[in-house]
Write a protein that binds this ligand. Structure first.
Ligand code: HEC
Ligand code: HEC
Ligand code: HEC
Ligand code: HEC
Ligand code: HEC
Length: 136
């Protein structure tokens, strides 16, 4: 009995966690890097912890923020957000206009063909070892 009760409470807690809607937050006009701190200079954009949300949502208890991981590359691919930001490639070129998205949808494929297509259009490198570590 006791185990069931605990389980019910746990499931209830997960169900009550709010998702995050970019669209809902468009009015507060935050920079993407307010929450995705590595997006301009690091390899990974990263996700915000609750502390970042709590700067505004002081009334809410600390919680886990679920993420869909819509964009995810296999480990053998090298990708750098910072290098794209340095090349003035806008977030929206790969992720679409986030401010209109209530839930994150895949805007541009993360398959090799899609990377290479844009690299060709922009005269960026298509050398295999730019995106893959070539082990000898
Ligand atoms: C700069 C202030 C600010 C930050 C930072 C912020 N929010 Fe919000 N949040 C708002 C505002 C403003 C609203 C809209 C409130 C409304 O429409 O009533 C909102 C709405 C929400 C809602 C919708 C509430 C509802 O009634 O549907 C959720 C859930 C939420 N935020 C979660 C988060 C999470 C998770 C984070 C961190 C990743 C975060 N917020 C960061 C200001 C902020
Ligand atoms: C207030 C915090 C906040 C701001 C500002 C914010 N995001 Fe997010 N973003 C989140 C959270 C939390 C998630 C995880 C929720 C999810 O996956 O649905 C997320 C998810 C994403 C994802 C999906 C990653 C994946 O693989 O699932 C992308 C892409 C993204 N954000 C891009 C942006 C861009 C571009 C901007 C600026 C226009 C931006 N975000 C501004 C909090 C924020
Ligand atoms: C050239 C395409 C491209 C651009 C430009 C780009 N992203 Fe991404 N983004 C990706 C890819 C691909 C992934 C998956 C990376 C991985 O799994 O290693 C990703 C992952 C993410 C994630 C998930 C967390 C993470 O670090 O993997 C967030 C959040 C995100 N991007 C936000 C942004 C923001 C904010 C910007 C603009 C400052 C931006 N991205 C610009 C392609 C891009
Ligand atoms: C929207 C266009 C676009 C897409 C999509 C894109 N890239 Fe790029 N990428 C660029 C541009 C432009 C540069 C060159 C930036 C510079 O030289 O300043 C670049 C540079 C890079 C670099 C750095 C190369 C070097 O010489 O150091 C890597 C690595 C990279 N991209 C990997 C990827 C991968 C992996 C994907 C797919 C998941 C991808 N890119 C998708 C436009 C894109
Ligand atoms: C601009 C970045 C980029 C360049 C340049 C690139 N690749 Fe890839 N490659 C990727 C990405 C992203 C994936 C994984 C996504 C996918 O297609 O499933 C991948 C996947 C692969 C795979 C695994 C295929 C599979 O079906 O799983 C092989 C093998 C590969 N690449 C070889 C190469 C070779 C050889 C070159 C040079 C001719 C090259 N790549 C150039 C980005 C790149």
């Amino acid at each position: 009995m006791r185990t069931w009760l605990l389980l019910a409470v746990a499931v209830g807690a997960i169900g009550a966690e709010p998702g995050f809607s970019h669209k809902r937050h468009a009015e507060v006009q935050l920079a993407c890097t307010f929450c995705h701190k590595g997006a301009a200079t690091g390899d990974r954009a990263g996700f915000p912890g609750w502390k970042t949300c709590a700067t505004c949502h002081v009334e809410l208890a600390e919680r886990v923020i679920p993420s869909g991981r819509v964009y995810r590359l296999p480990d053998f691919v090298f990708f750098s957000h910072g290098k794209h930001a340095a090349g003035k490639v806008a977030c929206a070129a790969c992720h679409g206009e986030m401010k209109t998205q209530a839930t994150v949808g895949l805007f541009r494929s993360t398959k090799m063909a899609a990377c290479v297509e844009c690299h060709k259009e922009n005269r960026a490198t298509v050398a295999c070892n730019a995106c893959h570590e070539l082990g000898q």
